[in-house]
Design a protein around this ligand. Sequence first.
Ligand code: AMP
Length: 143
Amino acid sequence: MAQTAYDTDNIFAKILRGEIPSHRVYEDEAVVAFMDVMPQGPGHTLVVPKSPSRNLLDADPSTFGPLFTVVQKVARAVKQGFGADGVTIMQFNEPASGQTVYHLHVHVIPRFDGTPLKPHTGGMEKPEVLAQNAEKIRAALQS
Ligand code: AMP
């Protein structure tokens, strides 16, 4: 079945263009990382390539090297910054999988022994908490 076209007005495209605010923790020429506003746990970060695609299915394969290099950097930083026991990496493709924003992104979530994930797209986190968590990740990325 043919895929729906990429929508240049999706919320992550607007964040990438700076039209909507975000708590950015990392940026290079190909990739941006910022805090998820409805985190499934403290430190839940989204890693987003700048090149447009709905998801993994229509992405140019050249996207994945730079993207997963940053996924690894951010995974190490959230593990260190939050003293986590592990890190969950998730990525959804099309509505049937749970995707809700149609610009390719990878979820990076610090995990703690015995603590389950909160629901996907559950409650909004307070901006001040997101700002504090972003600072922890930035500090860990620089160490
Ligand atoms: P997915 O369901 O994989 O498409 O995930 C989209 C994620 O984006 C969800 O975890 C949402 O909580 C998150 N999200 C939605 N709007 C924003 C936003 N403005 N800034 C940061 N994260 C967002």
